[in-house]
Design a protein around this ligand. Sequence first.
Ligand code: GLN
Length: 448
Amino acid sequence: AQHFLDRITRHQDLGAFLATDPEVSLAQAAEADRRIAAGDTAPLLGVPIAHKDIFVTRDFPTTAGSRMLAGYRSPFDATVVTRLAEAGAVTLGKLNCDEFAMGSANENSAFGPVRNPWDTGRIPGGSSGGSAAAVAAGLAAAVTGTDTGGSIRQPASFCGITGIKPTYGRASRYGMVAFASSLDQAGPMARSAQDCAVLLSALCGPDPDRDSTSLDVPAEDFGRALGDSLEGLRIGVPREFFGEGLAVDVRAAIDAALAEYQRLGARLVDISLPRTELSIPVYYIIAPAEASSNLSRFDGVKFGHRAKEYTDLLDMYKKTRAEGFGDEVKRRIMIGTYVLSHGYYDAYYLQAQKIRRMIADDFRAAFTNCDLIAGPVAPTVAWKLGEHGNDPLADYLADIFTLPGSLAGLPGMSIPCGFGEGGMPVGLQLIGNYFGEAKLLNAAHRFQ
Ligand code: GLN
């Protein structure tokens, strides 16, 4: 723990951490030492990790990357945080992220951007940008992230690390500051599939009293299949993931990875996910709709920021939210409110829900011909800080390959598979069928 705390101090310029508390971390480490001495064999005993600042924690402040929650301290821990602590993990602190997890570059954090350790002039990806940068820079052994539309996979890809988003409902959302509840899912990010398997096994499992969408599926040992042969594994390669928008450098790295899978005994199967492009408008209707509802709790009354001067209650709400939220969050609240409003609901929200179902059906059809799906995580390597400027659409479009799996609730991961333009890492995305985490992790492990 001391080693990582020293590194965190030395690499503050990356902007990866929003909060640390050495006293708390070292006390947890000492407690882990006592448990080890007493013969405890918990799987993560003494392993120093850190949490995306979307998970509420009692021992550290929680901001969700927003001025709205600056200085907020939760009276309880998120279930994921509790589970990892029970497994023996030591918490180093909280990690920077896009405000309320809305973003693809970590440039939407109220507390400044995160820099990519491979090239500090570039973004680390988002929204779990601090998480990915921390692992890549060796500031934590492993970390948590959340993935609503790609926020574990895309920053993992951009920072050359491994991350997995489990099947929707595997991990409890209790204590995860809500963005889009029908999509939000927690998962680990680490240096290898093997490390991810250990963390995922610890953090998953039913939480029926606290998250009504957590699945009644017992936690499993996701590492149990690591080492299985890939002989005869059918890997679906979706045509639509290799179109015009895919940069040549990324394509070359992905093609090489697919060839490596063939050498490992897998068979490549041409598949189609015909509604891939529609996942962008569908996601950017559904996610803001849910966000506009979820974020109504930040009203200056219950917790967080409250405007200093106001005339009446309505004025207090308005000023609090105008001051507390950043531009991207405001944009999404407006879009979400619009698509849910009378007269537009059928045309936008309902239509999006119908296409969401069709996207899930496309995957269902594809999985009759393959065991897992492989393709790029993102169309390019990490872009330069500020490169997308004030163009939110540029960020949205870059989510094209991660959104379909999110909308379908499927497990997905990113594994490092080479380097592209500027020597930046490229991630290979593997998408599994529902509950296919063990198979995904094995495929990743064999590759690594
Ligand atoms: N980039 C997507 C968005 O901004 C996904 C974010 C996420 O998965 N949290 O909504």
